[in-house]
Design a protein around this ligand. Structure first.
Ligand SMILES: [Zn+2]
Length: 133
């Protein structure tokens, strides 16, 4: 299905308590080497705020915050899967270099139905060098 040519993807956690849609052209996967992405084996795709349609209230998910405390990792309270997260805010150094906050979501591509996440072109992100303790 598409809206104005943009594909609509159905997403869910493992137990399907958390459901969502992503409206985007998914053309690559981000692999980040920060501590939490590394442990999770995450394949991520970033989208703008309005590209994620929550079909489950955000309050139904558990929230984990660490490091700078600006990223928000959302987990299903039942099955423990992270379907999406809020990326951290840019650091003052990054801001000085012209980077701005994403104001969007990082989607766990492994939670999207009909996306062969492991077959997408990979972009490697050096999150480990960005995360503060
Ligand atoms: Zn679940």
């Amino acid at each position: 299905m598409t809206i104005g040519g943009t594909p609509i993807w159905q997403g869910a956690c493992h137990c399907r308590r958390t459901r969502f849609e992503v409206h985007a052209e998914i053309d690559h996967a981000r692999i980040c080497d920060c501590s939490i992405c590394h442990q999770r084996g995450a394949l991520i795709f970033r989208v703008t705020e309005d590209a994620l349609k929550l079909l489950t209230p955000l309050d139904d998910l558990a929230l984990y915050q660490w490091g700078t405390g600006t990223a928000k990792d959302y987990f299903c309270k039942t099955c423990g899967i992270l379907p999406f997260r809020r990326p951290r805010a840019v650091t003052p150094e990054e801001q000085a270099a012209g980077k701005t906050d994403l104001n969007g979501w990082a989607i766990n591509l492994r939670c999207i139905e009909d996306v062969a996440a492991a077959e997408l072109p990979v972009r490697t992100i050096r999150g480990s060098s960005l995360s503060l303790p």
